[in-house]
Design a protein around this ligand. Structure first.
Ligand code: TRP
Length: 472
């Protein structure tokens, strides 16, 4: 009944390989770009505290549920769900929850690689600047800060470059996913994640000494209850899900490659803890530099790509720090994009009985084409708003549509169904044997999965689709 590990199936070579790969999936643009932007746009401390609360009470229980389903099934996400359902004597059609997920991962992949392309662009710009101004100077020495702020809109305006960088980023992702789990995805995680952490700590410590560290700490950790509005809470939950790679079958897919001897509860705790630590540290890396340059924290999506580079300008050795910063973000983004590509690839491979490289290629080409539409929505196709007649998508080009569909609809639905499935549908005996929890902790987890997660997520889904309910 239970699939044996250690068969000829490709899988992680060790528990630490799984942890690195799963942390690699979780830690990405979500931590470095989205978290500080969201925290800054939502007033700092109130958002951060509620975010931690969401990770612990909603994110972590779902993360355990997803890895558990994957490990039990040892197959692509929909097949794993079907196996759990059938072995519990329930309808196999529950696999729809993971089919939504696979679709969601595919859609996220398409626009994630567009942003990955921007990161590649900044690596190029900072490398050029380092060569031009030398190692000792700040970034873009002697140039007005307006030039730096213009980098992003200039890139957006250049349709050919946007598309080219997107294609380059997705091609790199393709290369590693096509090589397989143990020799491609695991290789990326075991080399790039340690490199990421080393660069990240170095830059954060350097920034702490040269920047406005204490100002950043008080901004991120001073809790002001009046700032905790419904919109802020909604943003925090959405961010927690995106950052933990939940709701779109990513962690189910990775869980399928985990050996039977691994304790999933403990491992999930490590993954969630590492991801949250990186998000908080990203705030402590970025805001001191931003504050030291006297800039505002609420730059939103422009925080990492515009505000921070201006901060690098007034920082000693700023051009080198800037280059290393974007190299590090690239490492984090790549370990996430391979996980986003792996979910649909594993599904297609099983469904159509294809060899891995062929399945990966088909997924890549489809995501590449969709991503081109997303890239062009910043320039030549800005007016192409195919879903603009629906209030939720009013005024949105393809990039924003993909973001909204995945984060406001597919992720919450995937997570609600996962929680209900594990909490109420799957047979207790089967869940108990997999989760690695005992006693009171197990009861608490079950309570969260049965009640708190579905209820909280249903509210999030409804308010996300009809924001006017909040009346803010
Ligand atoms: N968690 C990643 C990040 O923070 C993004 C990501 C990777 C993701 N895999 C995922 C998001 C699966 C949702 C689902 O950048």
């Amino acid at each position: 009944m239970v699939a044996a590990s250690g068969s000829s199936r490709d899988g992680w070579s060790s528990r630490s390989a799984f942890i690195l790969a799963a942390v690699g999936s979780a830690v990405g643009l979500g931590n470095m770009w989205r978290f500080p932007a969201e925290a800054g746009a939502n007033g700092g401390g109130a958002f951060v505290l509620f975010y931690i609360f969401c990770v612990l009470l909603i994110g972590l229980p779902i993360l355990l549920s997803e890895t558990l389903i994957g490990r039990y099934g040892q197959a692509s996400a929909p097949e794993s769900v079907r196996k759990v359902a059938e072995d519990s004597g329930k309808s196999k059609h529950w696999d729809i929850l993971a089919s939504f997920g696979v679709l969601g991962a595919f859609l996220v992949l398409s626009f994630y690689c567009v942003v990955g392309g921007w990161v590649l662009y900044y690596i190029g710009v900072f490398a050029q600047d380092l060569l031009a101004t030398g190692i000792t100077g700040g970034a873009f020495e002697g140039r007005p800060s307006g030039d730096i702020e213009a980098l992003l809109p200039d890139l957006f305006g250049n349709a050919g470059l946007m598309v080219g960088l997107h294609v380059l980023f997705i091609a790199i992702t393709f290369y590693f996913v096509a090589r397989g789990v143990s020799s491609g995805i695991e290789w990326v995680a075991t080399w790039l994640m340690p490199a990421f952490f080393a660069l990240f700590l170095a830059i954060t410590i350097y920034g702490a000494f040269t920047g406005a560290f204490s100002e950043a700490v008080s901004y991120l950790f001073t809790f002001d209850a009046s700032k905790l509005t419904g919109a802020v809470m909604l943003a925090a939950v959405g961010q927690a899900f995106f950052s933990l790679s939940l709701g779109v079958a990513g962690m189910m897919t990775y869980g399928a490659y985990v050996g039977r001897n691994v304790n999933l509860a403990g491992t999930s705790g490590i993954i969630a803890g590492a991801d949250t630590a990186v998000a908080l540290l990203a705030g402590l890396c970025i805001f001191p530099i931003v504050f030291a340059a006297g800039l505002e924290p609420n730059g939103g999506p422009g925080l990492m790509f515009q505000t921070l580079p201006i901060g690098f300008q007034s920082m000693p050795v700023g051009s080198l720090v800037g280059l290393l910063f974007f190299v590090m973000v690239f490492f984090a983004a790549l370990t996430s994009s391979v996980s986003l590509m792996e979910a649909p690839t594993a599904w297609l491979k099983g469904k159509a009985n294809l060899a891995r490289p062929a399945a990966t290629l088909i997924v890549t080409i489809a995501a590449l084409l969709l991503g081109i539409l997303a890239a062009l929505s910043f320039n030549t196709m800005a007016d192409f708003q195919p879903f603009g007649f629906i209030p939720l998508f009013e005024g949105q080009g393809m990039f924003d549509v993909l973001d909204t569909v995945t984060s406001k609809i597919l992720m919450p639905i995937g997570a609600i169904l996962t929680a209900l499935f594990v909490g109420w549908i799957a047979e207790r005996r089967l869940i108990d044997a997999e989760n690695g929890l005992t006693g009171g902790l197990e009861k608490f987890w079950l309570f969260l999965v049965r009640w708190l997660c579905p209820l909280a997520l249903i509210i999030i889904l409804i308010v996300g689709i009809f924001p006017s309910i909040l009346g803010e």
